[in-house]
Design a protein around this ligand. Structure first.
Ligand SMILES: C[C@H](N)C(=O)N[C@@H](Cc1c[nH]cn1)C(=O)O
Ligand SMILES: [Zn+2]
Ligand SMILES: [Zn+2]
Length: 478
């Protein structure tokens, strides 16, 4: 069933209001996992709740425990759950999104202040700001749908339940326990689930995503000296933690992306003929990734190899070193303790546990080889398994139709290189098919500087989410 034309017209006529809603959300710097932003993450939850309530959603702000941030025990960001409609004749759709964002500082190289929505500065409709595409824009897309229906007095075609969290960018701590504890309470009577928290592969082809890589995030913690030291006074006389760390980190991955931790390669499920065909069918050119990256620095020039590198193979990335001297100037310090951070993206059949066993053993063995008197420990800070869904499920068929209606073309079927670890918890604990329905483009720069969403994607994305609900209402479950 096509979307109500009054809904589509309303969306076109209220673009400015929708952009204004996004501007309000971007202005709240809800950076999770950082003690300085705890209040802002809470404020973002409150903003979401007040918006949802004003749109007729029965909302609850649910605490999910505490965690340690920079040595202090603080509340985890609350989970916001809501529901609207309980007509037994309608299907019930569960949606999930996150209201936290990655860190962003102007001095990282942003052209515009990251926590102000900068509207269309180049006349191409781009809306710049942290969270614009990951994941505030897509979350607000759902709210825009609700607003249109409320103001037009239109009935929603499905019942909706929703779950929004503020810790996605930091491992969704305790959300699995929350889902488990609410399995037979809030999360009952749900037919299927939709998440809008990933991106198209290119800038012109909408897609439906049926897989995600998992993620294991590690810290290698090395310490030794009782305090930071003068490198002139002590250099050449002590084992330096940074030197140990760099030696180990350089042995994790090669510059062409080969993971050097023994045993990981052997665990990867072989690529089937069907998978190979699916990858070959995807619309993708090397130019798409070069544009998104901002340079031609791809490891391969082959499209299928590049797509497999992104979605089908594991990857190991080095992220940074906490405690390293990184300010301007030439401080001659020997840091006393540091933490090297890296992550491994997981694909079938790698598991969080098996990969961690291999990583811990390898790092410990490599550290022993250094003959250092410092202390080294490797810690998994968060982990999430890879996930695959059935793209033939009726929910995917509904989204396919909605995409054709809104974009006039069939979607590509993709797997996401990024991770949304809680997807697997929703799928397994609630026994649900989960559809990933991205709104943003491949060059949006999520997690990067100058993150943006295009006005067209935000507005047509709102129509897409709404149209998906109409198609879902009408489609047979067979
Ligand atoms: C794909 C999603 N929008 C996303 O960005 N997920 C993050 C999740 C994460 C895990 N640890 C830290 N962040 C990602 O894939 O990096
Ligand atoms: Zn996200
Ligand atoms: Zn993210």
């Amino acid at each position: 069933m096509a979307a109500d034309p009054r809904f589509l017209k309303y969306v076109d006529e209220h673009q400015d209001d929708y952009i204004n809603r996004l501007a309000q959300a971007v202005a709240i710097p809800s950076v999770s996992g950082n003690i300085s932003y705890v209040k802002d993450v809470e404020a973002m939850a409150d903003f979401l709740i007040s918006q949802l309530e004003s749109l007729g959603v029965k909302t609850q702000r649910r605490p999910i425990g505490t965690h340690e941030l920079e040595g202090k025990e603080v509340d985890l960001p609350p989970v916001v759950i809501g529901e609207i409609g309980n007509d037994p004749k309608k299907k019930t759709l569960l949606i999930y999104g996150h209201y936290d964002v990655q860190p962003a500082l102007l001095e990282d190289g942003w052209l515009y202040p990251p926590f102000e929505l900068t509207k269309d500065p180049e006349g191409t409709g781009k809306l710049y700001g942290r969270g614009s595409t990951d994941d505030k824009g897509p979350v607000l897309g759902w709210l825009n749908v609700l607003e249109a229906h409320k103001n037009l007095g239109l009935e929603l075609p499905v019942n909706m339940k929703m779950c929004f969290e503020g810790m996605e960018e930091n491992g969704s701590e305790n959300l699995d326990k929350f889902i488990e504890s609410e399995k037979d309470k809030f999360f009952t009577g749900i037919d299927c689930m939709c998440i809008s928290d990933n991106y198209w592969l290119d800038t012109k082809t909408p897609c439906l995503t049926y897989g995600l890589r998992g993620i294991n995030y590690y810290e290698i913690r090395i310490s030794g000296p009782g305090r930071d030291l003068h490198s002139g006074v002590f250099g050449g006389t002590v084992h330096e933690p940074m030197t140990d760390l760099i030696a180990i980190m350089s042995k994790l991955v090669t510059p062409t992306g080969e993971i050097l931790v023994p045993g990981i390669k052997e665990l990867i499920a072989p690529v089937t003929a069907d998978e190979q065909a699916k990858f070959e069918a995807i619309h993708f050119e090397m130019k798409d990734i070069h544009d998104a990256v901002g340079a031609d620095v791809t490891i391969s020039n082959d499209t299928v190899k590049t797509l497999m590198g992104r979605m089908r193979n594991p990857s190991l990335s080095l992220h940074g070193i906490e405690g390293a001297f990184s300010a301007v100037g030439s401080k001659t310090v020997i840091p006393a303790s540091i933490k090297g951070k890296f992550s491994i993206r997981l694909v079938p059949n790698l598991t969080v546990k098996e990969v961690t066993e291999l990583v811990v053993k390898y790092v410990e063995d490599e550290f022993k080889k250094l003959g250092s008197k410092n202390k080294c420990e490797v810690v998994l800070t968060h982990g999430g398994e890879p996930w695959l869904a059935d793209p033939n499920h009726y929910s995917y068929r509904a989204a396919h139709k909605a995409t054709e209606a809104v974009y006039g073309q069939a979607p590509d079927y993709t797997r996401e290189g990024g991770s949304i670890p809680v997807t697997l918890d929703f799928a397994n604990i609630l026994n649900l098919n989960v559809l990933l329905l991205p709104v943003g483009r491949g060059d949006d720069g999520a997690h990067s500087t100058n993150e943006k969403i295009d006005t067209d994607n935000y507005i047509r994305g709102t129509k897409l989410l709404g149209s998906y609900m109409y198609e879902l209402a009408a489609i047979s479950k067979e």
